[in-house]
Every structure is written in structure tokens, then in C-alpha cells.
Ligand binder design. Structure first.
Ligand code: ADP
Ligand code: MG
Length: 334
């Protein structure tokens, strides 16, 4: 069934149109990400689903029930914020059990469930500590345990990994994804980080200026971006404007070619593969990245393309030697 349905959702703050007509269906059990640059309206949408913000117009359904005008506590959702919002004077167990206490769950039962929730985020035996005695990643896990203990139907997460350093963030991305699969709760996850969205999500909605530009699986978003904005925001892309000369002749538009889909060959070397598109040019810059090498090539026909080649074989070759050399770039028209 549908966990969340948004219809023609709008929100204005004075003259600012923060959310300008969002339609979205999120399925039960999905890990769904809202991805977009800062200021694109993601947090405002999340806050409206949570009930902290009322829409200017449009409607919100949770599990088929219209909740547009309901108070936050009347909705079967829980929000995890970036700053975790833990109570500093309480132990972890008390922090996690707090929501159950509010709902008058008997003490023995709520402590048992708090311990269970702490165990599910790999913090078994940490129940007596206080938040100040934890690392950032551990605090993040407590915030999650506190959400899970309430077994909401939908968990809303607003940049929950934003405060962590890169290595820990990447580790938590995998953990969080595994946890979501285990508990089966619908996650609606806000991030401005495209790698994070691609890593974690079943589906992604790409936001731009209060609107959704595309909804799809990570592969759909990456391989078939619907707009130049999506192509540029998710991954890096070469964008060319022009007209198709074959297939759909005369179709004008913007064409997107991912750097790793382009092969770099010596201009006078191997003849081009049949069926491939190609262009010749001069290498303007080479960047050695360890696992790959990036080539920036000025095309004879005008414009510049970026190509990315995996460094599959160990080489003592100095990539700088490529600078200024003539190359042929080749890619599948598809
Ligand atoms: P995001 O989470 O994608 O960074 P937000 O939803 O926070 O974007 O903000 C969308 C737009 O709405 C921004 O232009 C922001 O300045 C504006 N905005 C958000 N909340 C408020 C508010 N309470 N008052 C006024 N403007 C706001
Ligand atoms: Mg935000």
C-alpha cells in the first residue's frame, strides 16, 4: 500500500514559495530519499509530513488517511533531526524509553523495549551512559533507537548523517540501510548529498526550487536523467546542446554523456568501433585520482568533454604526459 501520498502540496513563507506543487507517492517499506540543493524545499516538505508546518494548499495522506490538518502527535510518524535532539541529563535508556513513558507504557515493559532498540543499533550495554559520553556516530544511533522504539509507520530523517565525518558517514549509510531493511519501516530521508542518496535509496525524488524534477530508482536517475538539472546535480555529466543527426533526426535538446561512458583512445591508434560516436580533440588537463584518471579534452569541433577512465592495471606511467596530446573520444550513442 501507500505509506505517504502528497498531492499538489504548496507552502509559501511570505513571498517565498518554498514548495511549489509537489505530487508524490511513497510505498510501504520503501527507503525513499528527497535529494536537492540547499533551499530546494526538502525540509519544508518533511516538516509538513510530520505536521510541524501546515501546507498553504494541497493534501497529505498517511496510509490512506488524510492528515493534512492533524497535529504531529496524531500522525503515525517520527522525525530524526540532524542534531539528534537527545536529552543530555538522561541516560541512553531513559532517552530511548521517553516516548513510551509519554504513552504510559509500564516501566518494566518500556525498559525492555528500550534495551531491545539499543541492541538493534548495536549499542547493547550502553544503556546507563549519557549522551555526552558518546561519539557522534553513537549519538546518531541513539536517535535512531529512540525513533524505532515507537515503531512508527513512517520514519522521517532530515540530513541525519550531516554532522558526521566522511568515513563514519559512509559506514552509517550502510548500517542505516541494513537497519531499514530489517525493521521494514518506511524511511523518508532528506539529503543534499547525491552519493548518499544513490547509496541508500530504493527511489529518489530530485528537488529543485520547490519542485520535483524526477522520481526514480538510483539507476534511472543516474542513467536516464529527465532534465539538465538532474544530469548536472546527480553525478557529473557532459551536457551538449544540439540536434540529433541520426535516429530522431532534427530533435533539438540537451544531451548528457557520463564521463565514465567515454573511452579515451589515441587519435592515430585503434580505429573507432562500429556504431560508436566519437570526437577528436586535445587533452587540456589530466587528473590522477588513484582508482581512475580524469581527462579534460578540448574538442576540435568546439566545447570540452570530461572522460573518466578506471585505472585497471598498475602503471608507472606519468599521466601528466598526456597533457597536450591528441585523442579520440568514443562512446555508445545509446
Ligand atoms: P532545504 O531543506 O531543501 O534546504 P527548505 O525547505 O529549508 O530547503 O527551504 C526552502 C525555502 O524556504 C528556502 O528559500 C528557505 O529560505 C525558505 N524557508 C524555509 N523555512 C522558512 C521559514 N520558516 N520562514 C521563511 N522562509 C523559510
Ligand atoms: Mg533542509
Amino acid at each position: 500500500g501507500k505509506a505517504v501520498r502528497l498531492q499538489s502540496l504548496c507552502k509559501s513563507f511570505g513571498q517565498t514559495k518554498a514548495v511549489a506543487g509537489v505530487d508524490l507517492d511513497i510505498a510501504d517499506g520503501e527507503f525513499f530519499s528527497m535529494l536537492g540543493p540547499s533551499g530546494s524545499g526538502k525540509t519544508t516538505v518533511l516538516r509538513m509530513i510530520a505536521g510541524f508546518e501546515l501546507p498553504t494548499s494541497g493534501s497529505i495522506e498517511l496510509a490512506g488517511r488524510d492528515v493534512t490538518r492533524l497535529a504531529p502527535f496524531e500522525r503515525d510518524v517520527h522525525t530524526v533531526f540532524q542534531d539528534y535532539a537527545l536529552f543530555p541529563h538522561m541516560t541512553l535508556e531513559q532517552n530511548v524509553a521517553y516516548g513510551l513513558k509519554i504513552r504510559k507504557v509500564p516501566k518494566a515493559k518500556r525498559l525492555a523495549r528500550a534495551r531491545e532498540a539499543l541492541a538493534s543499533v548495536r549499542l547493547e550495554g550502553f544503556g546507563d551512559r549519557r549522551p555526552s559520553q558518546l561519539s557522534g556516530g553513537q549519538r546518531q544511533r541513539v536517535a535512531l533507537a529512540r525513533a524505532l522504539v515507537n515503531t512508527p509507520r513512517v520514519l522521517l530523517l532530515d540530513e541525519p548523517l550531516g554532522a558526521l565525518d566522511l568515513k563514519l558517514r559512509e559506514q552509517m549509510q550502510i548500517e542505516l540501510k541494513e537497519l531499514q531493511r530489517e525493521v521494514g519501516i518506511t524511511f523518508v530521508f532528506v539529503t543534499h548529498d547525491q552519493d548518499e542518496a544513490l547509496t541508500m535509496s530504493d527511489r529518489i525524488a530530485v528537488f529543485n526550487q520547490g519542485r520535483i524534477e524526477q522520481v526514480g530508482t538510483p539507476a534511472e536517475i543516474y542513467e536516464r536523467p529527465a532534465t539538465p538539472f538532474v544530469a548536472g546535480f546527480v553525478g557529473t555529466s557532459n551536457l551538449l546542446t544540439g540536434q540529433a543527426a541520426e535516429r530522431v533526426v532534427g530533435t533539438a535538446g540537451t544531451f548528457s554523456i557520463r564521463p565514465e561512458k567515454i573511452r579515451v583512445l589515441r587519435e592515430d591508434g585503434d580505429s573507432s568501433e562500429p556504431g560508436c560516436s566519437s570526437a577528436v580533440g586535445t587533452v587540456a588537463e589530466v587528473v590522477y585520482l588513484g582508482d581512475a584518471t580524469r581527462f579534460l579534452v578540448d574538442l576540435d569541433a568546439g566545447g570540452r568533454l570530461t572522460a573518466l577512465q578506471q585505472n585497471l592495471e598498475t602503471s608507472s606511467e606519468d599521466v601528466a604526459a598526456y597533457r597536450g596530446s591528441r585523442v579520440r573520444l568514443q562512446w555508445q550513442p545509446r
